[in-house]
Design a protein around this ligand. Sequence first.
Ligand SMILES: [Zn+2]
Length: 141
Amino acid sequence: MVDIIDPGHSYLLLTLDGELKQTLTFVKRCDRQNPKRFPGNFNSYPGTTVQSVVRCLLERMRYLQRQVWCLENVFVIFCLKWVLWLMEFRAARRHRRLYLKSLHYAENQPLCLSCGHTLCDCGQLIQEMTKILIENDKNGR
Ligand SMILES: [Zn+2]
């Protein structure tokens, strides 16, 4: 059981070995012009994404695996990689795109700072802008 602050968006996490109020808050979006985009959301606030949390969990599992190797960790890491890939596949499908990328890509490609996915139109724009900035920096502009 988890303590729910705002269903689907904000949670109070279990803390061990001390008192630390730790919340996990996912982004909450609301589109008043098109309420069907985010059904049930009547307000918005910033927060993280499932993909970002899963990437943290992967890092944590790899750390634990380096500490004490075990077969269960291998399966957990494998499943978490699939979760990332499925989240990206789902997003691509919803935007009528194909996600023909590897598990490695879904895990390691930088996340778009606008939509939080590895494959999107806004991500391509950011990557193109980054390339231009890097080129300009190389050329001393
Ligand atoms: Zn994007």
